[in-house]
Design a protein around this ligand. Structure first.
Ligand code: ADP
Ligand code: MG
Length: 258
């Protein structure tokens, strides 16, 4: 059997809350509780849950921005949290993230081309200019846009730029955390289509995070439903939609009219 591209084994993350009183131990919040899942190459996993259910915390652990308190995150069988700094930098080329707010990854004082090239400079990749042009083309922008600044673009175009920055390293996994949530509805559909096209063309695996179950059910092969840090459902989308194990999922399904 081949090794899955991404595997989470019993991943848990806890945060200490501010002390309520001087002599009382600080309360602990379990943001992600014992989550296990696997994702194979080229497949899309949707993560759905209301605000505060632990989706972004899970994303940060998949990206190795944060280590779990318990459990392991394996990328192609390698525990990311056991890699040294140089090896992790190299491994990072293979998984990239798109955030809700593209301003987070675009420096307003730098040209768009500079920001897109940033993940490549880490490893001193050759042909940086050519690869930036290629990435802009892949997201439906023009090579000449590399010379412009973020404020010269609309919200949807800025999200295209953020996606170009994420695919410029030719990753195998893309994590999109509420990547369309801040956009107008008509623009959301365009960006979703772009993500789906790229996923197919580049054979990307994708973790698509959204509070919108209808969108996840429509575009994802598998889905994980989270609530208060717990995994309520994990499986093939069709199976989860047809046979939800949890009352909460049934409520979500009814509410989103699937
Ligand atoms: P979601 O993305 O589903 O909205 P998050 O992962 O952002 O959920 O948050 C899950 C829970 O963990 C929330 O209660 C949130 O307040 C808490 N949380 C997230 N990050 C931190 C942090 N760095 N420190 C303390 N609490 C956090
Ligand atoms: Mg979030």
């Amino acid at each position: 059997m081949s090794v899955p591209l991404l595997e989470l084994r019993g991943v848990t993350r806890r945060y200490k809350m501010p002390r309520a009183a001087l002599l009382r131990a600080p309360a602990v919040l379990t943001a992600v509780n014992d989550i296990s899942l696997t994702l194979v190459r080229g497949q899309t996993l949707g993560v759905v849950g209301e605000s505060g259910s632990g989706k972004s915390t899970l994303a940060r652990m998949i990206m190795a921005f944060e280590a779990p308190d318990e459990g392991t995150v394996l990328f192609e069988g390698t525990d990311l949290n056991r890699l040294g700094a140089a090896a992790l930098r190299r491994a990072r080329q293979r998984f990239q993230m798109v955030f809700q707010d593209p301003f987070g990854s675009l420096d307003p004082r730098r040209t768009v081309g500079w920001s897109i090239a940033e993940p490549l400079r880490v490893t001193r990749a050759p042909d940086i200019g050519r690869r930036v042009s290629e990435a802009l083309d892949q997201v439906g922008l023009r090579a000449a846009d590399a010379e412009k600044y973020p404020h010269e673009f609309s919200g949807g175009q800025r999200q295209r730029i953020a996606i170009a920055r994420a695919i410029v390293t030719r990753p195998e996994l893309l994590v999109a955390d509420e990547a369309v949530s801040a956009l107008d509805v008509s623009v959301q559909a365009q960006i979703l289509n772009l993500l789906m096209d790229l996923q197919e063309e580049l054979g990307l695996a994708m973790v698509f995070i959204s509070h919108d179950l209808a969108v996840v059910a429509c575009i994802c092969d598998q889905m994980l439903v989270m609530r208060h840090g717990d995994s309520l459902e994990f499986g093939e989308t069709e199976e989860v939609v047809a046979n939800p194990r949890h009352e909460y999922t049934r409520t979500l399904l009814t509410a989103s009219d699937i």
